[in-house]
Design a protein around this ligand. Structure first.
Ligand code: UD1
Length: 372
């Protein structure tokens, strides 16, 4: 019997860990499906792309659209323009998109207008903050998707409120946690990541270290906010040394606003963006994580590591209601208090959310077998 073709789409770093277990399931020898992997090229630097494909065992994309960076309008339009001929050529039964980046909405929009089914993995998450570009991408992608797979039950309420029929929505758990559980044993120890760096011993003392990631436009594109955040991190580093892999957006803003000197202390170790296994090695051993990433809020919950989220809201509320996450925004006092709380009492205890068990991709493929 001919296999059913599904065009799977990735574009940016957080998509890679979500697609990896889905590709592995779709590529099993007894699979009913024939996946065709398209990388839009939204992220293209080696440390934003190639290391993830290698480390996560994702097959080389069947096609790379080479879109690159641009304004939201430019990037989204360029992805759409280059993706449409791929669908004409491939004639898939469906496309599968993950997460909430510009590649997600761009490809979903092209497919739905060609009457091709859209499958959205990680549907229904809402921050209710429309100033976040990802929120727009989430709401619109869900509206035009035929099959929606969720990571937490609250997502179903969000989707119901937006008029999306319940029979299109399936609670399957979290594919990113499939990847985490599958790779945690292979995580690269921090000692190895920092080898050869001066001052690295301080990160291995009993007191531990903090891991910092920052890349949201709302945090890094505004000079005052970025300055406030970096200043408080410099203060925190006096108590706890900080590992800071710097996203390209953040690196360019720090240079543009001349803020790098604020964190020029041997207590803060600035690194290029890390590969998946290197970040996992650092995150799993961190005393606490300071972040504005969505994925890291979930990964720290799965690892039981305290997470202090430098945003005013989260689209992943289960990491707060059940996990180790606290939302503090960008107020310096609130950030200091949250850090003190972890240092004095160990921070918030959490538990592992339902279905964050390493089997989400298998559940997705089981539904696809029934529904496609
Ligand atoms: C994108 C996603 C965001 C996700 C983040 C993870 C959208 C709207 N945003 O944000 O949801 O959390 O990825 O990283 O899709 N750049 C490089 N090399 C690269 C890629 C980007 O230098 O490989 C630089 C470029 O200067 C670019 C900037 O980073 O302009 C931002 O990249 P872009 O993909 O537009 O958004 P991110 O901030 O990475």
């Amino acid at each position: 019997m001919a296999k059913i073709k599904i065009v799977c789409v990735v574009g940016a770093r957080p998509n890679f860990m979500k697609i990896a277990p889905i590709m592995a399931q779709l590529n099993k020898p007894d699979s009913k499906f024939e996946p065709f992997l398209v990388h839009t090229g939204q992220h293209y630097d080696a440390d934003m792309k190639h290391r993830f494909f290698d480390q996560l065992g994702i097959p080389e994309p069947d096609m790379d659209l080479g879109v690159g960076s641009g304004t939201h309008g430019e990037q989204t339009a360029e992805i759409m323009k280059r993706f449409e001929p791929v669908l004409e050529q491939q004639q898939p039964a469906a496309i599968l998109v993950v997460g909430d980046v510009n590649s997600t909405i761009a490809c979903a929009l092209v497919a739905v207008k060609k009457n091709i089914k859209v499958i959205h993995v990680e549907a229904g998450l809402r921050s209710y903050d429309r100033a976040m570009p990802e929120e727009i991408n989430r709401v619109l992608t869900d509206q035009i998707s035929d099959l929606l797979f969720t990571t937490e039950r609250q997502a179903h309420d969000n989707l119901q409120r937006e008029g999306i029929a319940a029979e299109r929505v399936h609670f399957v758990g979290n594919v990113m946690i499939d990847t985490l559980l599958g790779h945690v044993k292979r995580a690269v120890p921090l000692q190895q990541t920092l080898s050869g760096l001066a001052q690295s011993e301080q990160f291995f003392s009993d007191k531990g270290f903090a891991l910092l990631t920052l890349h949201r436009p709302s945090n890094v594109d505004n000079r005052e906010t970025l300055e406030r955040l970096l200043s408080v991190v410099a203060e925190i580093s006096e108590q706890l040394p900080v590992i800071f892999p710097v996203h390209p957006r953040t690196a360019s803003r720090m240079a543009q606003f001349s803020l790098a000197a604020l964190i020029d202390t041997p207590r803060i170790c600035r690194l290029a963006p890390l590969g998946y296994l290197e970040l996992l090695g650092a995150m799993s051993k961190a005393k606490l994580v300071l972040t504005d990433s969505g994925g890291i809020q979930e990964e720290t919950t799965a690892l039981g590591v305290p997470c202090i989220t430098l945003r005013e809201n989260t689209e992943r509320p289960i990491t707060v209601t059940q996990g180790t996450n606290v939302i503090v925004g960008t107020d310096a006092d609130k950030i200091r208090r949250a850090v003190d709380d972890v240092l004095t009492s160990g921070g918030k205890a959490g538990r592992i959310p339902e279905y964050w068990d390493g089997k989400a991709a298998a559940r997705i493929v089981a539904v696809l077998e029934e529904r496609l």
